[in-house]
Design a protein around this ligand. Structure first.
Ligand code: PGA
Length: 264
């Protein structure tokens, strides 16, 4: 697990966006795993700017989102399909037919889950998966107690997550309590995983994910078993880390190494 600690949320977005820009530059037909929530928004704004400047093109990119509310159709303003269209897809040159989000309104949602995993596989697997983290350590909607090898499936949201996400819904608006989410096993198959976390509210979850035991109690701790996981976090989210100084030292050494390789 590589842990990069930066001064603030803007730096986290910049660093994370650069990782995605390099990926698309290297492989223009990359398969991206994308996430919703507040944290990735600044990164998406940077990808939009890079696309508008002509630095990258999404014309050959294909994407798979982590999750969707069960019971919401894609045209519902609270659906994650609507979120992705308005926050990213409508502003870049991606072909909407290459963007995939679990269908919240599927007639047979159980079948839709296994179809989603099959589609990811048919597209060659995910090259790079973006993740946020819940205050309870969830990734996607894999809440604590989720199987560490789980596949895309229907998951019940915890009270805590429903409360955290209530800010996106207006009073008396229907807020789903169920979701379709990629499983932890599905996420772990991505060739690279990039998790972003900012703010003090995430410090406990980051501590558990990076330094706690591998445990379904903190689904993000599964990333300790991933061969290519990158955590990009700000100082506030890093506040609980015991080996914070060491991670900063490692990152400085990595940067020195990269610079010296650049010169050769
Ligand atoms: P947030 O959500 O980015 O809105 O904090 C993250 C998550 O719940 O995965």
């Amino acid at each position: 697990m590589q842990i990069v600690i930066l001064d603030n949320a803007a730096e986290v977005a910049r660093y994370g966006a650069d990782v995605f820009i390099r990926q698309i530059d290297r492989k223009p037909d990359s398969v991206l795993g994308l996430a919703t929530g507040s944290t990735p928004l600044a990164l998406y704004r940077r990808l939009i700017a890079a696309c508008k400047n002509g630095d990258i093109s999404f014309a050959r990119v294909c994407s798979f989102n982590l999750d969707e509310y069960l019971g919401l159709a894609g045209d519902h303003p609270q659906s994650y399909r609507h979120f992705m269209n308005t926050q990213l897809f409508e502003h870049i040159d991606i072909d909407l037919r290459n963007t995939h989000i679990p269908p919240g309104d599927a007639a047979d949602p159980i079948q839709a889950c296994s179809d989603y995993d099959k589609l990811i596989e048919a597209r060659g697997g995910i090259d790079i998966q973006l993740l946020g983290i819940g205050r309870n350590g969830h990734i996607g909607f894999n809440e604590p107690s989720s199987g560490l090898r789980s596949r895309t499936r229907i998951k019940t949201l915890t009270e805590a997550t429903i409360k955290d996400n209530a800010r996106f819904f207006s009073a008396r608006e229907f807020q789903p309590h169920l979701s379709i989410t990629m499983g932890i096993g599905t996420i772990m198959e991505a060739r690279k995983v990039v998790l972003l976390a900012t703010g003090a509210a995430k410090a406990k979850a980051i501590k558990a994910a990076a330094e706690g035991p591998l445990s379904a109690s903190c689904p993000a701790s599964a990333l300790q078993m991933h061969g290519n996981a990158l955590l990009i976090i700000d100082e506030a989210a890093a506040a609980g880390l015991e080996r914070r100084a060491f991670y900063k030292h490692v990152e400085r050494e990595n940067q020195k190494l990269l610079q010296s390789l650049d010169k050769t």
